[in-house]
Ligand binder design. Structure first.
Ligand SMILES: Cc1cc2nc3c(=O)[nH]c(=O)nc-3n(C[C@H](O)[C@H](O)[C@H](O)COP(=O)(O)O)c2cc1C
Ligand code: SF4
Ligand code: SF4
Length: 251
């Protein structure tokens, strides 16, 4: 039995979750930020998991990218664990819909409530989710061990949303207060940021993960098209460092 878990994470909720799951399941861990650069992925594991944050009730674009170029065994068992702030939306149907294009299906979709990194949460709720993370992961294990097999197929066509493509629809911008430290360049999973004359420039190849925003040491990055949350407070999981997220691009 070989189990591989693919993980995408901008602020560490999904990374810590995937690490805990991999330990419990004896799984290999592969980062989506790394795997997205491979031309093709031939996955010979019999159990494959995808652990990622929910974005607008959907999967992050880099997760879509890797599934689109993945070849699975015909008898592979595929599960997802989505971390989310409040609502996982249609994520299971969307992953299943995509897997069908790879002659596969989603067997088990699990969710884990964690602090939000998009909108502002109540700090007490964040603390409670963090404190319960390990216990909540333990609760997911019996369904995985039983290899539960559910039907997530959709009755109709699943409509595309902005998050299904790489584009800067939130208007991520670095402004003149940028001190040119290059942290956003290093952390961006899409390699969508360059430094020019000591200032960061954010392009349109954006997965809207907000890693650049949360890991910028000053207030230089904001969401120019979402004034109500343009400069929310920064978040990262307390057990995860900037280098942990950067390293995910290398393996
Ligand atoms: C662009 C964006 C959209 C999000 N959309 C949702 C959502 O639809 N539902 C939800 O419950 N949480 C949503 N979130 C919150 C994240 O899913 C949640 O904080 C997640 O645990 C972050 O994982 P990470 O730390 O591994 O990056 C969103 C976050 C971002 C950045
Ligand atoms: S992380 Fe912030 S300060 Fe550093 S280069 Fe990027 S925008 Fe500028
Ligand atoms: S530019 Fe920022 S929000 Fe967009 S993919 Fe890169 S790190 Fe994520």
């Amino acid at each position: 039995m070989k189990t591989t878990i693919y993980v995408f994470s901008a602020t560490g909720n999904s990374l810590t979750t995937a690490k805990m799951l991999a330990e419990k399941m004896g799984a290999d861990l592969v980062s989506v930020a790394y795997a997205r650069r491979l031309p093709e992925i031939n996955e010979d594991s019999d159990t494959i998991g995808f652990v990622f944050p929910v974005y607008y009730g959907n999967m992050p674009y880099p997760v879509r990218e890797i599934i689109t170029k993945m070849n699975f065994r015909s008898d592979a068992y595929i599960f997802t664990v989505a971390t989310y702030r409040g609502h996982a939306g249609d994520v299971a149907k969307r992953v299943d819909f995509l897997l069908k294009t790879r002659a596969q299906k989603l067997s088990l979709s699990l969710g884990l409530p964690m602090p939000g990194n998009s909108f502002i949460n109540k700090p007490e709720a964040d603390k409670a989710y963090l404190a319960a993370q390990r216990e909540n992961i333990e609760k997911l294990l019996p369904s995985l061990q039983a290899r539960e097999d559910h039907d997530y197929s959709s009755d109709g066509i699943i409509k595309e949303t902005p998050i299904d493509t790489a584009n800067n629809f939130r208007g991520m911008l670095a402004e003149d207060t940028c001190i040119g430290c290059g942290r956003c360049v290093r952390v961006c999973p899409m390699n969508n940021i360059i430094l020019e004359n000591g200032k960061a420039h954010i392009g349109n190849n954006c997965a809207t993960c907000l890693a650049c925003f949360h890991w910028c040491p000053v207030e230089a990055i904001y969401m120019s098209k979402q004034e109500n949350i343009a400069r929310r407070s920064k978040y990262h999981h307390p057990d995860v460092t900037f280098e942990d997220i950067v390293k995910m691009k290398d393996r």
